[in-house]
Design a protein around this ligand. Structure first.
Ligand SMILES: C[S@@+](CC[C@H](N)C(=O)[O-])C[C@H]1O[C@@H](n2cnc3c(N)ncnc32)[C@H](O)[C@@H]1O
Length: 425
């Protein structure tokens, strides 16, 4: 719209173009955009409906898993969560015991010993931790299990229900909270400075994120919008007796109501829950993201975490990105806003001798963004993006924490990295 032709620029993500006939593909794109059914307007990646799909996946997990015959863990790297690793859990527990012994010796150990887990999934991680805790406590002989409170948190009530069943033997020591992991303090404010461990695994990579690009000294926001390619859109619409023009409204209805209620809301298209689940899976499988680069006018105007989400603290702005964006050659990287919000909020829960431990897909050196594509991608019905580790470390250090990354030690191969954050001595 009124843009001069020489103002247009075509960006090619060469990190994803191995084996692709770039010249032909670019020429085809320039001849005109292929037909597609657009599902939303342009916006920051963190605002896309892919996050509604992600939330729906976790809230209606049972229906999805029934339809695929496969549990969500099978889609995780290595086919199971590293949070189930017993040796890693034991090491973590021994570290806690060492801190508690020291505090106890000086009479400073509180009666209640709090551990918070964010994003509990099926509860496998909680169970391993609690089982190992009982074993280690028996050997250690200080009666810490009696004082332990394990707080399981997730935004999906379904998932929390599953996790509660998994840890049934420990239920006297477990409470569950339905909360958004990006704002744990909304429900856990009472825990401020009291948690000895905030434990997170494979969750930060599942939280909303933006991307920015630094090209030739200018900074751009990578805006996205979700669409369905024409051919798949026609098949999908045909499968539910709709036209392709009806698809955006049907998809939005699905995201608002979920597959269980869709047959009641749109009986002409969905005879039963099974057909609604089928529509959901096919729509998600076909969904793609278009991108465009929009200049960012001043990093300080770009809100990464608004003050509202930080209970009165200063908002986190794009200024935090400057050292990373200006670290060398052109760069495109994630701005892991959801992970960042969760991280800074969780730090306020930590006891002065507490630790945040997070196993996840972290980029630990911005250089990796120059050479590799790091998402967005799909894990079954959910979204995955690697997390910008240097950004979280930079923010954590400014808040007085030591932030440390280490490849997950208890499995050879694999991409999982463990982040540890503790108050600086
Ligand atoms: C990949 S699973 C990881 C489960 C478990 N921690 C593990 O490692 O096996 C991600 C979990 O995070 C939860 N989750 C995702 N986004 C969330 C959010 N914004 N708030 C709370 N929980 C969230 C999902 O419901 C799901 O239980």
């Amino acid at each position: 719209m009124g843009v001069r032709e020489d103002d247009l620029e075509v960006a090619v993500d060469v990190r994803r173009s191995d084996g692709v006939a770039l010249k032909e593909l670019t020429a085809a794109r320039l001849r005109g955009a292929p037909d597609r059914v657009v599902l939303e307007g342009w916006g920051r990646g963190s605002e896309s409906i892919v996050w509604d799909f992600n939330a729906l996946y976790w809230s209606a997990l049972e229906l999805w898993e029934k339809a695929t015959g496969r549990g969500y863990e099978q889609a995780l790297p290595g086919g199971e969560s590293d949070a189930r690793n017993r040796v890693a859990a034991r090491e973590l527990i021994d570290g806690l015991f060492a801190v508690w012994d020291r505090l106890s010796a000086s009479g400073a150990l509180p009666e209640e010993l709090y551990v918070v887990e964010l994003g509990v999934g099926n509860g496998g991680q909680a169970k391993v931790f609690l089982d190992e805790f009982v074993e280690r406590d028996r050997a250690h002989g200080r009666g810490y299990y009696r004082r332990l409170h394990y707080l399981m948190c997730d935004y999906s009530p379904h998932v929390l229900g599953l996790a509660r069943q998994t840890v049934a033997e420990h239920i006297a020591h477990v409470s569950s909270f339905a909360l958004d992991a990006t704002r744990p303090r909304t429900s856990l404010g009472f825990l401020q400075y009291k948690a000895f461990l905030v434990y997170v695994s494979n969750v930060y990579d599942n939280l909303p994120t933006d991307e920015v690009a630094q090209l030739g000294g200018r900074t751009y926001c990578v805006q996205t919008r979700a669409y369905l390619p024409a051919e798949q859109a026609a098949e999908l619409a045909g499968s539910v007796g709709a036209s392709t023009e009806d698809l955006p409204a049907l998809v939005h209805k699905l995201l608002r109501l979920g597959p269980a209620l869709l047959p009641d809301a749109a009986p002409a298209h969905f005879a039963d829950v099974g057909s609604a689940v089928d529509f959901w899976r096919r729509a998600w499988s076909a969904l793609r993201l278009e991108e465009r680069y929009v200049p960012l006018l001043g990093l300080d105007t770009y809100l990464l975490v608004p003050a509202d989400d930080l209970a009165g603290q200063m908002p986190l702005t794009g200024e935090l990105l400057r050292p990373l964006l200006e670290s060398g050659a052109d760069l495109r990287m994630h701005v892991s806003g959801g992970a960042l919000a969760s991280f800074v909020d969780s730090l306020t829960l930590l006891h002065p001798f507490g630790t945040l431990v997070c196993h996840d897909l972290f980029v630990t050196d911005v250089e990796a963004y120059r050479t590799h594509f790091r998402g967005p991608g799909k894990y079954d019905g959910s979204v995955v993006n690697w997390v910008n580790g240097p950004l979280l470390a930079h923010v954590g250090r400014r808040r007085g924490f030591d932030v440390h990354y280490e490849r997950f030690r208890h499995r050879s191969g694999g991409n999982i990295v463990t982040m540890t954050a503790q108050v600086r001595d």
